[in-house]
Design a protein around this ligand. Structure first.
Ligand code: NCD
Length: 306
């Protein structure tokens, strides 16, 4: 049974196919409106979420399918002590596909090993978030017309930001990619990402604490929120939370065709004044996320029915 736990489980050819389907969904939505008729998606979110859960649910509805959903982690049997493995077996009897978010790294993987339906990782702790990456890739592709030959700046919490980890992995397979990793020293990209992905793929990269000095080089600026919920002490969070705040002044020496991305929710990292700048792509990214989830649900259900 094919699930999606890590973005690297999709080949670049499969990502191309998902992007093509996404573009076709955008052009011809009616063609897809009954594709999942009679199918059910279960959304299991053991961690707070607005966008991602509603995005999955909207995606399934737009495919003509149905959704069953757990109200919250506190109201689920997990609070009675049920294991992820058992939950996965139970949900397999109710739905055709499930999307799971969990604060523990690896929980969706355990679910996929115990499930008879495809499991989509909707974010596991500080680890991975492959469907956000699909949203990011579609956004980059639609803005730039390519996924290669790009200088991509990641700014903010590169340590705990799971969207950053997944997007770095995905982009590391394209040619002509350069990463500029901008973060406080305490929130640098984990060494396993650097060693096993960036260095292993021979990707050029720079690490810095200074956003403004690298701004002119960037084709993409991926801003992130400092991940409050992953900190062990509040003092550190308070000290680091406003490390980077993107303002119109800071964009004065940026490229005219820079694309500014952010997985959202935004806290303080991007001044609201930037929202009207044509380079701000984060709300388009939300729309693209729903489309890519439609594309992915179609692919996984098609493979499951083979
Ligand atoms: C991200 C996440 O959950 O990791 N949000 C999302 O899915 N759009 C980013 C974040 O919470 O900062």
């Amino acid at each position: 049974m094919r699930s999606l736990i890590d973005i690297l489980e999709l080949s670049t050819e499969e990502i191309d196919e998902l992007l093509k389907t996404a573009e076709d969904i955008i052009a011809n939505p009616a063609k897809y409106s009954e594709k999942c008729k009679g199918k059910k998606l279960a959304t299991l979110f053991f961690e707070p979420s607005t966008r991602t859960r509603l995005s999955f649910e909207a995606a399934m509805y737009e495919l003509g399918g149905n959704v069953i959903s757990m109200a919250s982690a506190a109201s689920s049997s997990a609070s009675k002590g049920e294991s992820i493995a058992d939950t996965a077996k139970v949900i397999s009897c109710y739905a055709d596909i499930m999307a799971m978010r969990h604060p523990k790294e690896g929980a969706p993987l355990v679910a996929s090993m115990n499930s008879t339906i495809p499991v989509i990782n909707a974010g596991d702790g500080g680890h991975n978030h492959p469907t956000q990456t699909l949203a990011d890739l579609l956004t980059i592709y639609r803005e730039k017309g390519r996924l290669n030959n790009l200088t991509v700046g990641f700014c903010g919490d590169l340590k705990f930001g799971r969207t950053v980890h997944s997007l770095i992995a995905a982009l590391s397979r394209y040619t002509g990619i350069k990463f500029i990793l901008i973060s406080p020293v305490e929130l640098k990209v984990p060494s396993y990402i650097k060693k096993d992905i960036i260095v292993k793929n021979g990707i050029q990269y720079v690490q810095t604490t200074d956003l403004e000095s690298v701004m002119p080089e960037l084709d993409i600026l991926y801003m992130t929120r400092v991940q409050k919920e992953r900190f062990f002490n509040e003092e550190d969070y308070l000290r680091l939370k406003d490390s980077y705040i993107l303002t119109p002044e800071k964009l004065s020496n940026a490229k005219k065709d820079l694309a500014i991305l952010h997985p959202l929710p935004r806290v303080n990292e991007i001044a609201v004044a930037i929202d009207d700048d044509p380079r701000a792509c984060y709300f388009k990214q939300v729309y693209n996320g729903k489309i890519m989830r439609m594309s992915l649900i179609l692919k996984l259900l098609e493979e499951a029915n083979k």
